[in-house]
Every structure is written in structure tokens, then in C-alpha cells.
Write a protein that binds this ligand. Structure first.
Ligand SMILES: Cc1cc2nc3c(=O)[nH]c(=O)nc-3n(C[C@H](O)[C@H](O)[C@H](O)COP(=O)(O)O)c2cc1C
Ligand code: SF4
Length: 455
């Protein structure tokens, strides 16, 4: 059984309330930090822990904190990214909904470390009921003296606000989020300058994911060194995984990094295996932005090693045979799923969510959606597959923010691993016009038709 440090108390009745949270050891990290540690000592503990940002990119949190400009004398801010709009990812919502004070505690301790006296939680607009839960938790923490002026007599002041987005995925990108928080349209900024130097209102700002901030209380209460003992190699600690798709037990799980993908998929403690006797076809380990992998690369890497739930193992083999841990949105597909349809669906999302500032992303996401739509609907042409590869390669690396890459990678990966399925769609349009094509006839059974000679 994996050690739990974020969700260990989630089933305690009443844990959503300040009283019960406090009775169960809540806010101890604030007391410890403010009374016994300097801000720099807290930063050092987080550095030692090896905690990596849980929003997707996996950048070391302590290192990011150490970049914040403390010399300019400008006010500093901590902004929690609770925008969580990546398809397949719903773990931040779970944490905030069921144990909101853990995030508030993490925000106070982390703000102290950064010297931030005005911090924000930016939450996606569709999470309105969670917004209300957080507002209540903040009011409770304030009434108990953990927010406001001179917290616990330490001289440290902190105001914390929750700000609601309006339902745009791009506002999860940290500089778009900052623009939105400033009341502007959520367009990503050109970097540098990075937020650590010039962020919210041109002040030094750290943006961290909900789960990253929620891990800080445990690190401060125990130690960075103890946190680093959990997990494997540079993938330290635990990770929340949002699991969905054709599995027995979908939901949010806290796992120790380094757990094997096989155990995560098949043990009753976690996903419990496939939801029916239809076989595993593919999986996306880290949300819609990361490459999809076919069945033979799920449990083993191309080098024949066990595939583990860690940053390194999931990306083993690069994009040729690997993927990414990303935000931990673990989506499982059985053989009734159509990879072309799934790729079109993701493309539709990225096209819709592109902010439109960069031509390759604005135009390219639209073209990819259009071409994928015609292939999926039986109007594809042989040259469309290479056309898709050409479009995605022109987006990748040529845009202001990583949404362009996020739109390009899934298309490239789907063609890399499932090219014959695209060819099948193009060569047998009458077979795929029925929307349940692979339910009636799994691709494995019709695959032999794909060769050009048999058309
Ligand atoms: C299009 C796009 C959407 C993003 N959405 C989120 C999000 O919903 N939540 C999040 O924490 N990070 C998101 N990110 C990553 C953030 O830009 C940023 O790296 C992250 O909030 C940093 O926190 P971390 O270091 O704790 O992971 C997104 C990035 C991009 C490009
Ligand atoms: S890559 Fe797309 S979403 Fe990001 S800034 Fe450019 S147009 Fe906007």
C-alpha cells in the first residue's frame, strides 16, 4: 500500500471544516514555519524534498521559489493555479472539494517562504461550488488567526483571495492566468521576463499547482529529506492521478511515484483492471496533451524494463516509444475506442481553446481539426496523414506558449503508433461511417484489410 500524505485524512468525517481539520493536526506547518523557521529555511526544505511542480511540466518547486526576485523590494505574490482544465485531469478539484484546508495551509506556509503578503487561488469558472468551499475555508482560517495581520504573533501578514476564471483552458497557462487575474483577456505573455521577476502587476510572482502547494505542509512538518525518501530517483513523493476510461475503478488516487503501471492498472487497490473483457488498446498517462501509447508500450518500455509511474519511466524512449507523466490524467482505452476519433476530439478542444495570438497555433489547430474530422467521417484522402504530420511539425516549438505543442504532440503520437488505423479510415470509408465501427468490428479483426493491395 502506497504511503499517503495528501489524501490520508480525506475520509475523516467533517474534515472540510476548520475545527475537524485542526483537531487532526491541521495548520501545524504554519505554526512550525512561522515560529521556528526563517522563510529561507522553508525554501531549503522544499528544495531538499525534490518536489516537482504537479501542474504538468514537473519543474522543481524549490528551485522555482529560489528564483523569485527578493532584491527589488517589490511586493511578491504566490498564485495557486487551480484552473485544472486539461481533459482527463480532475485531481485538484477532488483535493480542494474534500480537504480544502490543506490547500489553505499550504498557501500560508508557502507565502511565508516566499515573503508574499497578498496571494491568490485562481480557480476555473466551472468549479463554482468548489470556489464557495474555498471561500468558506479561508473565512474560517481567518477567524482562527491563520490569515490577516500578524499571524500567530509572528509579524507575518497574509491576505488570501480566491479568483474565478471564466472557463478558458488557456488561463491555466501561468502568464495567461496572471493576465486574467489582472482583469485582462487571458493571452499568454512572451517570456522572458518570467513571473519570478515580473508577474502579477509586474511584481515577482510564483505560480504553483494546487497539488504542489498542498504537499508543502507535509514537507515542513516532517522534512524535505523524509519527502525525498518517498518515490524513486528524481521522482520524489506521491502523485495524485485522475483515472478514467475503460477501467473498473475510475477516480482520484494518491500513489507513491515509482509504482509500476501494471500494478496501478490491475491491482484492486487502484484501477482494478479493465472494465470489461475487451482488451487494453492504448493509454494516455498525463492528460490530453501528452502522447498516447499503444498496448505493447504500456507495461514495458521499449528497452524491456517495467514501465513505472514516474517522470523518467513514462518518458523513457522519448516520443518515439514514451510519453509523459504530465498532470497525471490517466486515460485508458479498450479496443472499442477509435484512435482517430479520439485524436479529432482532442484537436477540436485545442482549436477551440487556442487564444489566437500565434499563427501556427491559431491556424494549425483549425487545420488539424478539419483534416481529422474528414478522415473520421469517411472523406479522408491518402495524403491527409502526411499533411497532418506536416501541420503538427510546423506548430511544435513555434509558438508563444506550450498550448501549440500540446495540440501537436497527440496528433503526431496517434499517427506514429496507429497509422494503420488512419489508413483504414481513408481506405474503407463505408466501414467507419457507422459511429460504432470498432465496437462491432475491433480493429485487430480488420487490420489485414489495410494493405494497399487489398483495397
Ligand atoms: C495551455 C496550458 C494550460 C495549463 N493548465 C494548467 C492548469 O490547469 N493547472 C496547472 O497547475 N498548470 C497548468 N499549466 C501549467 C502552468 O503554466 C504552470 O506551469 C504551472 O501552474 C506551474 O505550477 P507547478 O510548477 O506547481 O506545476 C498549463 C499550461 C499550459 C500551456
Ligand atoms: S500557442 Fe496558441 S494558445 Fe499559446 S499563445 Fe500562441 S496562439 Fe495562444
Amino acid at each position: 500500500m502506497s504511503q499517503k500524505i495528501l489524501l490520508d485524512k480525506i475520509n475523516i468525517p467533517g474534515i472540510k471544516t476548520y475545527e475537524v481539520y485542526r483537531q487532526n493536526g491541521g495548520y501545524a506547518s504554519v505554526e512550525k514555519a512561522l515560529k521556528t523557521l526563517t522563510p529561507d529555511e522553508v525554501v531549503e526544505e522544499v528544495k531538499t524534498s525534490g518536489l516537482r511542480g504537479r501542474g504538468g511540466a514537473g519543474f522543481p518547486a524549490g528551485m522555482k521559489w529560489s528564483f523569485i526576485d527578493k532584491k527589488s523590494g517589490k511586493p511578491r505574490h504566490l498564485v495557486c493555479n487551480a484552473d485544472e482544465s486539461e481533459p482527463g485531469t480532475f485531481k485538484d478539484r477532488y483535493l480542494m472539494e474534500f480537504i480544502p484546508h490543506l490547500l489553505i495551509e499550504g498557501m500560508i506556509t508557502s507565502s511565508y517562504a516566499l515573503g508574499a503578503n497578498l496571494s491568490y487561488i485562481y480557480i476555473r469558472g466551472e468549479y463554482m461550488w468548489v470556489f464557495k468551499i474555498l471561500e468558506r475555508a479561508i473565512a474560517e482560517a481567518k477567524a482562527a488567526g491563520f490569515l490577516g495581520k500578524n499571524i500567530l504573533g509572528s509579524g507575518f501578514d497574509l491576505e488570501l483571495h480566491v479568483h474565478c476564471g471564466a472557463g478558458a483552458y488557456i488561463c491555466g497557462e501561468e502568464t495567461a492566468l496572471i493576465e486574467s487575474l489582472e482583469g485582462k483577456r487571458g493571452n499568454p505573455r512572451i517570456k522572458p521576463p518570467f513571473p519570478a521577476v515580473s508577474g502579477l502587476w509586474a511584481n515577482p510572482t510564483v505560480v504553483n499547482n494546487v497539488e504542489t502547494i498542498a504537499a508543502v505542509p507535509w514537507i515542513v512538518n516532517n522534512s524535505g529529506a523524509d519527502y525525498a525518501k518517498i518515490g524513486i530517483g528524481r521522482s520524489t513523493g506521491t502523485k495524485l492521478i485522475s483515472a478514467s476510461g475503460h477501467i473498473k475503478n475510475p477516480g482520484v488516487y494518491e500513489i507513491e511515484l515509482g509504482l509500476s503501471v501494471y500494478e496501478f492498472m490491475n491491482s484492486d487497490e487502484y484501477l482494478g483492471g479493465m472494465s470489461s473483457d475487451r482488451p487494453l488498446k492504448a493509454f494516455v498517462p498525463g492528460g490530453s496533451s501528452v502522447p498516447v501509447l499503444p498496448a505493447h508500450l504500456i507495461y514495458k518500455t521499449a528497452a524491456g524494463e517495467d514501465r513505472l509511474m514516474s517522470y523518467e519511466s513514462l518518458s523513457d524512449g522519448g516520443f518515439a516509444t514514451g510519453s509523459m507523466l504530465g498532470s497525471g490524467g490517466f486515460i485508458v482505452y479498450n479496443d472499442t475506442s477509435c484512435i482517430v476519433r479520439n485524436t479529432w476530439n482532442f484537436s477540436r478542444f485545442y482549436h477551440h481553446e487556442s487564444c489566437g495570438q500565434c499563427t501556427p497555433c491559431r491556424e494549425g489547430t483549425g487545420w488539424m481539426e478539419k483534416v481529422l474530422h474528414r478522415i473520421e467521417n469517411g472523406h479522408g484522402r491518402e495524403e491527409d496523414i502526411d499533411l497532418l504530420l506536416s501541420i503538427q511539425s510546423k506548430i511544435e516549438g513555434n509558438t508563444i506558449c506550450p498550448l501549440g505543442d500540446a495540440a501537436a504532440w497527440p496528433v503526431a503520437a496517434a499517427i506514429r503508433h496507429f497509422r494503420d488505423e488512419f489508413e483504414y479510415h481513408i481506405r474503407f470509408p463505408e466501414k467507419i461511417k457507422k459511429r460504432d465501427h470498432f465496437v462491432a468490428e475491433p480493429f485487430e479483426k480488420v487490420k489485414h484489410l489495410v494493405s494497399k493491395e487489398t483495397v
